[in-house]
Design a protein. Sequence first.
Length: 456
Amino acid sequence: MRTVIEPFKIKSVEPIALTTREQREKLIKNAFYNTFYLKSEDITIDLLTDSGTTAMSAKQWGKIMEGDESYAGSKSYYKFENAVKDFTNFKHIIPTHQGRAAERILFSVLGGKGKYIPNNTHFDTTRANIEYAETTAVDLPGEDGTNPEKLGDFKGNLNIAALETLIKKVGKENIPVCMLTVTNNSGGGQPVSMKNIRETKNLLKKYGIPLYLDCCRFAENAYFIKMREKGYKNKSIKEITREMFSYADGCTMSAKKDGLSNTGGFIGTNDDEIAGKAKTLLIITEGFITYGGLARRDLEALAVGFEEVFDENYLKYRIEQVKYFGDKLMESGVPILVPTGGHAVYLNAKRFASHIKPEHYPGQSITCEIFKVGGIRVVEIGSVMFGKKDAKGKHIAPPMELVRCAVPRRVYTNTHIDYTVEAITEVYKNRKKLKGMKISWEPEFLRHFTAKFDYI
């Protein structure tokens, strides 16, 4: 059959808001033109993030009732640990309440002044936690990774030559770890090839630098490898995943993505010294080493999620739904980053609102208008999230201006996608009416979460 159906049936539903344009105009204004301030009860379709927004399975909800809430030595932790070790094979599995906690702990241990941490592309919290530890975050995307209009199978790849240039420039002793984000979120949810992971590892091994994966969407990345990379067609997703992790010395993960759960994360490592320091920080700031800030029932849900995510029928549906979304937008003439990635469709804001300069935040303007038209919440990934100013106060734009429409797992049907396409298409048809924006207030770090905006 050509039609890819959801490999599940719906057992429980919840209502969504159906509001008027007039109501939405007031709501977004009262939210300082920042969709993070909107209340979920006012959202019709919520594509702000795929993190923690998964619809959990009946088996996961059932296992939640088996949660052993013991402070130390919970049997629920050991189920979680076994599930993670099954595909990572790391010696130490350190639970955290979510991915950014894992990042904060790891970079507190490894970072410091004069240190550099390269990545194919750091996402927002990763970069912030590195910079908060007074460390320099360096993005080294592949040749096509910052061109939203060029097709490519593995646009999430890291630039190997650029990595070696950086190592020679700053010294291997000043690079405590190299990260590789799979899939590459800031780069459009694009996958990283096994060849690139292997070559990255081989180069780092030559200089004695460990490789850690930011593995939030490891299963989606493995599915792309199976579909696109020579030699992997007949391998299972778990086999491909195990090979990916075999090249790594450790990882951080927000398990709110491919853990198919609403909360959780972990650090994985083979290094006893790093693990020891990380566990000390965990106890100080998160909780004991067998729960890490999580209710033990959440560990039960994650243990099941790490089984279900390897279902190839699920992954096919997941990737195909995102592709369906992107294809429909392209049929309507809407410019997007191509090809579609694993978890989201990214609007090409630079082309979508070409009359708005990067320093006037075209992506933010599009984001607000999409909410006004359809009650749909999406997020800017461009000059708001990653833009900086030089010493003279001049705006430095990131390579791409994007708007991310992240699709929660097992939540929306293709009818919801069709509605979203219709709304975005309407905004695009009236794009000349979009106005530039300015920031009226911003915090020191991660400004996109809480900044306040107005039109110029």
